[in-house]
Design a protein around this ligand. Structure first.
Ligand code: CA
Length: 239
């Protein structure tokens, strides 16, 4: 079963061009030309990935993203014409898995699509059945914290913790590698894709968000900073 990608983009020529390229790569593709239509399709169907333009008529991309994450969370890559840091930050905080700045080389877009699908379970456009990689394997715990990969859910002492996609991915990587110090670079690569060009201090920002939601909220110290290196979750805590 091919991965199904939704393109939400009001520049119809661009949308068609991207569609052709994706179909050529073996993906199944649907298109929407405005925000409302895009949101409607995105929440009523199960797409594997959404390419979402920010500057859209009807409903802008960030608003579409916000509602999508509330109603039907789906991996989303934002397309932004502006090199505005705020759009990117709000987009990533809002749950987008990546963004790409227009104009982009189609090879770059295809690479990011592959990375996003790989990180979220689908390997390629054709062939591979979207088989589940984990059964109970996808469950990671630390003290009272439980991360369930399959359900994309994190609880602490039974209380649900709402995380963005990136916060979730970062927490998952730390939990999978307990007692191993992960560098900012390796976290960035995992969370943003190997070809991501950006600031590694973005990782510090996401660590802050995670700490606010887990350490501060429940008065535990899950994530340890290793000065000059990165971060680690220690399986045995001293405190
Ligand atoms: Ca646009």
């Amino acid at each position: 079963m091919a991965a199904h990608v939704l393109i939400v983009e009001d520049e119809e020529k661009l949308a068609r061009f991207v569609e052709l390229e994706l179909v050529h790569e073996g993906y199944e593709v649907s298109k929407a030309f405005d925000g409302r239509e895009g949101l409607q399709m995105a929440i009523t169907q199960d797409f594997d990935l959404i390419l979402l333009d920010i500057m859209l008529p009807g409903l802008n991309g960030l608003e579409v993203l916000r509602r999508l994450m509330q109603e039907h969370p789906t991996p989303t890559i934002l397309l932004t014409a502006r090199d505005a840091v705020m759009d990117k930050v709000s987009g990533l905080d809002g749950g987008a898995v990546d963004y790409i700045t227009k104009p982009f080389a189609i090879e770059e877009l295809l690479a990011r699509v592959r990375v996003a699908l790989k990180l979220h379970g689908k390997q390629s456009g054709s062939g591979e059945m979207g088989k589940d990689r984990q059964g109970e394997e996808g469950i990671y715990t630390w003290q009272k914290l439980v991360l369930n990969e399959k359900r994309h859910e994190v609880t602490y002492d039974g209380h649900l913790i709402t995380l963005t996609n990136r916060e979730f991915m970062m927490l998952e990587m730390l939990l999978q590698n307990q007692d191993i110090v992960l560098s900012r670079d390796s976290l960035l690569e995992k969370v943003c894709g190997y070809d991501y060009v950006g600031e590694t201090n973005m990782i510090d920002v996401y660590i802050r968000y995670l700490r606010a939601k887990i350490d501060d909220a429940y008065d535990v110290k899950m994530i340890t900073t290793v000065r000059g290196v990165g971060y680690v979750i220690k399986s045995e805590t001293v405190s």
